[in-house]
Design a protein around this ligand. Structure first.
Ligand SMILES: *Cc1c(COP(=O)(O)O)cnc(C)c1O
Length: 354
């Protein structure tokens, strides 16, 4: 299917405007008006931001015509590669058909129903429900609210604390940054929020000392057990971790780590949350990093590769064991205007059946 005429016209208008400007002019506009994420604004403005103008496959081009190999896949999200026409065409078609409707008030739409069924199909056994967000950060904020709601509705409202790892990355909202273990993020804005505890990261290269990777993997995992005992198991809601730490430095845990984490979560009845925002959707050769390591989580946070970055969409995949409780617990007072956005959902579905 070809692009809708309106889309082509809009694109030509942008290109016409764009072709009037030079790299320097865009850098000047950007410096004057754009505050960048995770950047020192003064230093960036003095240097001038690199202007990326188009992309195809695994390559980017900047506005000076330099071809760049995109080794980081955008921000670890363009799993399917750039320039996939079928995703662009799906978005155009869906915008013309139903650009937006909410999923709050007893309504749904075909795109979100289809994507949910598709995700249940590709997710590991027992994952049959999904809650939608616009990003990984919102997915992890949803995890905080969901696990606390889960325990409260089972008569254990004191089970609030979520244990995460030092140097983990779970996003940049107040909840996400609190779960994350990035101290330079905690320093700004008085984080973490109460009810979050951190244990050491399974980073053998830095912390292993004289231990073999396998010995160290067990030691790092047992930090979770020690923290649970310190806090009192009856107060701990969940443990969250990235199967492989991404932003923290691509830290692949020793083979003994995840099985021991699993044992501890099972033994103390703690929910296990896998932040699959990077590892999900093929990054490890499996659909999810949990499958690569044999982890059996209760919740999986997804975003990034879900749409290959073509549109913002994220969510939480919920195992039957948790979904059953949530479904019987009455209202869950949480959601976003764009939860399950039809255009993002349609593009994500197209991305997942490639
Ligand atoms: C990127 C990332 C997030 C945050 O996702 P956003 O879409 O940027 O909010 C959360 N967890 C992990 C593991 C990530 O890599």
């Amino acid at each position: 299917m070809s692009l809708a005429p309106m889309v082509i016209e809009a694109r030509q208008a942008v290109q016409r405007t764009a072709s009037r400007r030079s790299t320097r002019e865009w850098q000047a506009l950007d410096a004057a008006h754009h505050l960048h994420p995770f950047s020192d604004a003064a230093a960036l403005n003095a240097q001038g931001a690199r202007v990326i103008s188009h992309a195809e496959g695994v390559y980017l081009w900047d506005s000076d015509g330099n071809k760049i190999f995109d080794g980081m896949s955008g921000l670890w999200c363009v799993n399917i590669g750039y320039g996939r026409k079928e995703l662009a065409e799906t978005a155009a078609r869906q915008m013309n058909e139903l650009a937006y409707y909410n999923t709050f008030f007893k309504t749904t739409h075909p795109q979100v129903a289809e994507l949910s069924a598709l995700l249940a199909e590709v997710a590991p056994e027992g994952f049959n429900h999904v809650f939608y967000t616009n990003s990984g950060s919102e997915g992890n904020d949803t995890v905080i609210r969901m696990v606390r709601h889960y325990w409260a509705s089972q008569g254990q409202p004191q089970r609030k604390t979520i244990i995460a790892r030092e140097n983990g990355y779970h996003g940049s909202t107040i909840g996400g940054a609190s779960l994350g273990g990035m101290t330079y993020m905690h320093e700004q804005g008085d984080l973490p929020i109460p009810g979050i505890a951190h244990i050491e990261q399974p980073y053998w290269y830095a912390n292993g000392g004289d231990l073999s990777p396998e010995e160290y993997g067990l030691k790092a995992a047992r930090a979770l057990e020690a923290k649970i005992l310190e806090l009192g198991a009856e107060n701990v809601a969940a443990f969250i971790g990235e199967p492989i730490q991404g932003a923290g430095g691509i830290i692949i845990p020793p083979s003994t780590y995840w099985p021991e984490i699993q044992r501890i979560c099972d033994q103390y009845g703690i929910l296990l949350v896998a932040d699959e925002v990077i590892c999900g959707f093929g990054r490890t050769g499996e659909w999810f990093g949990s499958q690569y390591f044999g982890i059996r989580p209760h919740l999986m946070t997804i975003a990034k590769g879900l749409s290959s970055g073509y549109l913002p969409i994220g969510g939480v995949l919920v195992h039957d064991q948790v979904a059953k409780v949530l479904i019987e617990a009455g209202d869950f007072n949480h959601g976003f205007t764009y939860s399950g956005h039809p255009v993002a959902a349609a593009v994500a579905a197209e991305n997942c059946v490639f």
